[in-house]
Write a protein that binds this ligand. Structure first.
Ligand code: ADP
Ligand code: MG
Length: 395
């Protein structure tokens, strides 16, 4: 296959082809596993010598994301390139796109990297989101509508896992929080009464075909995902269908290619609002590896390689518990190894550890998925496993 052909039409890349990944975290690691299962080879670009994905990939290019020589190497080696890291500069993807097929596109990444652009995109897609205002200056804070208070101030870019956010009850608190966040462009959202949080992960191919994973329900602790349950317990089938329809509309409205996650709020009055999106596989769909006919990582590889995106069937009910670094420390702050044998003794326990050498509090070290024939059995198993490890469990 000559280069020009590969750019225009990487459809059905043959096994043995190289796929490229910007970013070497756990998402890249699980993508490498999925790529290798399908006979592809994966090259990862990440500056960390000990990155989780670098260890799993066929080739680790150890360099900063913007290093021209490394990008050139990646483009030379790989027929198609994706990212597992949403803050990779969109211009890097643009540069790669001049030579290789990239998914998602630089334009789609740019939308997902900016909360203001993201909300504008939800509106364009006909999907409601939280009442909000974009604040660029201290004067904008002074003029903000009273209806948005109490609210949550979020930096427009670079926020994740609850970072870059402040709850504010008054204009004075808003001014102070805006300054505290560095005076950077922010979005102020009305604080909403949430009944539940759910997410939808889908993969969309270049032909517009979409594979949907089951709707999952999520619980956070200190801004970090703690528990995911699929199917989404306590959320009606009608609401789940609506979330999936919204997700389809959002993906189609920017001709998205690749795996996309949309987080939604379910309000106490039953309304469904889009919260934010991620242009990549998402922590809340890790259960799909063990509970579905195709995982989110397999879908990512398929979309990248131009393979069919079939309907996904959930074959087991699942609960996922995130394993944060805190679990590696006892009450006296001494480091320890969690009691894996205790949970691996359970039938239906699937342990995923990301190979990170150093446990740190709040660091995502792995996840544990519990599968069973029914949602009730999966929840009971999850509660047992959580007790054995000393973890919170919302199932
Ligand atoms: P990130 O996940 O990037 O840190 P989010 O916008 O998803 O940022 O916010 C993190 C969490 O904060 C949400 O999952 C939700 O629990 C809570 N939250 C965010 N925005 C609102 C809001 N407008 N009203 C109520 N709770 C919110
Ligand atoms: Mg979020």
């Amino acid at each position: 296959m000559n280069d020009a052909h590969a750019i225009r039409n990487p459809a059905g890349l043959p096994p043995g082809s190289w796929l490229g990944m910007l970013g070497g975290g756990q998402l890249g690691r699980m993508a490498a596993h999925a790529a290798q299962q399908l006979g592809y080879r994966m090259a990862v670009l990440d500056p960390d010598l000990n990155s989780p994905a670098g260890a799993a990939a066929d080739e680790h290019l150890c360099a900063p994301y913007e290093e021209p020589r490394a990008l050139q190497q990646l483009a030379q080696l790989c027929a198609a390139v994706s990212t597992e890291f949403e803050n990779v500069p969109a211009r890097v993807m643009e540069k790669l796109a001049a030579e290789r097929f990239v998914a998602p596109s630089a334009a789609a990444l740019a939308v997902c990297q900016d909360r203001a652009a993201e909300k504008a995109h939800f509106a364009r897609s006909g999907v409601p989101c939280a009442p909000h205002a974009v604040l660029s200056t201290a004067a904008d804070c002074a003029g903000v509508s009273e209806a948005l208070l109490p609210g949550i101030l979020k930096t427009a870019t670079l926020g994740y896992d609850g970072k870059g956010q402040r709850r504010v009850a008054s204009r004075e608190q808003l001014q102070a929080a805006f300054a505290e966040l560095g005076g950077v462009r922010c979005v102020l959202e009305q604080l909403l009464p949430l009944a539940a949080e759910i997410s939808v992960v889908l993969a969309r191919g270049r032909d517009g075909a979409i594979s949907l994973l089951p709707v999952q329900r999520n619980w956070h602790e200190d801004g970090i995902l703690a528990t995911t349950v699929a199917p989404a317990a306590g959320v009606s089938v009608a609401l789940c269908r609506q979330a999936q329809a919204h997700a389809r509309a959002i993906a189609a409205a920017f001709d998205y290619v690749g795996v996309l996650c949309i987080e939604f709020f379910v309000l106490e009055d039953g309304r469904l609002l889009a919260n934010e999106m991620a242009p990549r596989p998402h922590n809340s769909a890790h259960h799909s590896i063990d509970s579905c006919s195709a995982s989110q990582f397999e879908l990512q590889v398929r979309a990248l390689a131009g393979l069919p995106l079939p309907e996904v069937r959930q074959h087991s009910a699942a609960v996922m518990l995130n394993l944060l670094g805190d679990l590696w420390f006892d009450a006296e702050d001494r480091q320890r190894e969690p009691d894996w044998a205790a949970v691996l003794a359970f039938s239906g326990a699937h342990l995923h550890l990301y190979g990170k050498a150093e446990p740190r509090r709040a660091r995502k070290m792995g996840h544990l998925t519990l599968t069973a024939a029914t949602p009730e059995a999966a929840a009971a198993l999850a509660r047992q496993a959580a007790r054995a490890l000393g973890l919170p469990c919302h199932a």
